[in-house]
Design a binder for this molecule. Structure first.
Ligand code: AMP
Ligand code: GLY
Length: 424
């Protein structure tokens, strides 16, 4: 098979690494990719939402399957674009239709979907400028803190958690007046849920599904989960508190009705569902859906999959996923992200990265890198992540920390406490 993978982060490097191992792979192209993916396939200079260029490239290079990493092309309808095109509809897309992608593209859509299908989640109310008074009344009815979410995509920045009621009302007003552009024309106000979070990834062909090993990511820049939110500073899998009993609740109360709901609503969905969960005293509740894999969770979940990924993806397109086994490694995997100093605020690109050849017993997934004159240089806030396996989480962490110490670039930073809250 010839595969085109869309995206350029650590998630895509991990997917490229796994797809490269498939016995069904012929050529792998990554658009636009990074210095890491360049060693596994051919990077192609096409933007992830340039569907026209993607179609021309795919026809010229006999592409059989497009695997979509990030959410934006899905929300913009890459699946529908190819399916509705006479010349390109034979190309399989791993990712949901535009309608399915609304689970991530519209928080209001996702909440209504959950209400309709009785999927446990926080109580909510969606408001627009016309109904701001109702929004204020709903805030009055809730205990603090208050959760305000821009309805549309806001590059991971659209959620505000506010302690003070008047501040929440002021921010609601600002959001409705364009604080996050049109993404916050509608705002979902939610009850605050207290608990520990984890990420559950489901691969579905629209009828049946496989649940992947559960992961937990670390979003804050500072140790002890302090400071600003980032794209993710590390991840671990599996997650000790997501035990058999918890996962059975997740399966029967959340995954089944989610896949069943997609079917009932006749939503085309052939790809990954990312369920952001919170464990509220043993009861799983949905914080959010994403319609792709998470980053950096992918850098631990994908290395734990033993099955051939292209075989699973082909089963997804043929709607025969129920005939396949998902085999996975029962070790732990952890990843630690190395970022540019200053991130998630301002930081500098173009730092030469050294020491990559000295890594032993870990995998390095590039997140923001490119090749410049034979050197690997940084080109993003999150630069690379170091993934290791271990019989225990501590053993895996020890390997990652030993190896990350060998990687050097000017003004780098990483958290030394990944996994700190999992109590083992
Ligand atoms: P989201 O973009 O929906 O994932 O929200 C970003 C983060 O905000 C989540 O990962 C949670 O940590 C937090 N969050 C979102 N909704 C809630 C909620 N209802 N209660 C508590 N925390 C929340
Ligand atoms: N790690 C969270 C995300 O990918 O959205």
């Amino acid at each position: 098979m010839n595969v085109l993978l869309l995206g350029s982060g650590g998630r895509e490097h991990a997917l490229a690494w796994k797809i490269r191992k498939s016995r069904f792979l012929n050529n792998l192209y990554i658009a636009p990719g990074n210095a890491g993916t360049a060693s596994l396939g051919v990077n192609v200079d096409i933007g992830v939402t340039d569907f026209g260029a993607m179609k021309r490239f795919s026809l010229d290079h006999d592409i059989d399957m497009i695997v979509v990493g990030p959410e934006v092309p899905l929300v913009e309808g890459v699946y529908d674009y190819f399916h509705e095109d006479e010349d390109a509809c034979h190309i399989a897309i791993i990712g949901p239709s535009r309608k399915g992608a609304q689970l991530e593209g519209s928080k209001d859509f996702a909440k209504r979907f959950m209400s309709t299908h009785n999927i446990p989640t926080a109580r909510f109310k969606t408001v627009t400028l016309d109904s701001v008074m109702e929004g204020n009344d709903f805030l009055d009815s809730l205990p603090p803190p208050y959760v305000l979410k821009a309805d549309g995509l806001a590059a991971g920045k659209g959620v505000l958690i506010v302690e003070d009621l008047n501040e929440a009302k002021r921010l609601l007003w600002e959001m409705l007046n364009g604080k996050f552009g049109t993404a916050s024309n509608r705002v979902v106000i939610e009850e605050f849920l207290s608990g520990i979070e984890c990420s559950v990834f489901v691969l579905t062909d629209g009828k049946s599904y496989k649940i992947l090993p559960v992961a937990k990511d670390y979003k804050r820049i500072g140790e002890g989960d302090t400071g600003l939110n980032t794209g993710g500073m590390g991840a671990v899998s599996p997650v000790p508190f997501a035990d058999e009993l918890f996962m059975e609740k997740v399966r029967s109360r959340i995954v089944e009705p989610t896949v069943g709901g997609l079917q009932k609503e006749k939503i085309d969905y052939k790809g990954f569902i990312f369920i952001g969960l919170i464990n509220v005293e043993g009861e799983p509740k949905v914080i959010e859906y994403n319609v792709r894999l998470g980053d950096p969770e992918t850098e631990v979940v994908v290395p734990l999959i033993k099955s051939d990924l292209l075989e699973l993806f082909t089963a997804v397109t043929m709607e025969t996923l129920d005939e396949k086994e998902l085999e996975y490694d029962n070790r732990y995997a952890v990843t630690v992200m190395m970022v540019a100093g200053g991130y998630p605020g301002t930081y500098e690109n173009g730092k030469t990265i050294e020491g990559l050849d000295d890594i032993q017993d870990s995998l390095v997934f590039h997140a923001g890198t490119k090749n410049v004159e034979g050197k690997v240089v940084s080109s993003g806030g999150r630069v690379l992540s170091v993934t290791s396996y271990g019989k225990t989480m501590d053993e895996a962490l020890e390997t990652s920390y030993k190896n990350i110490a060998k990687v050097r670039f000017n003004n780098s930073y990483f958290r030394r406490d990944i996994g700190f809250d999992l109590g083992i």
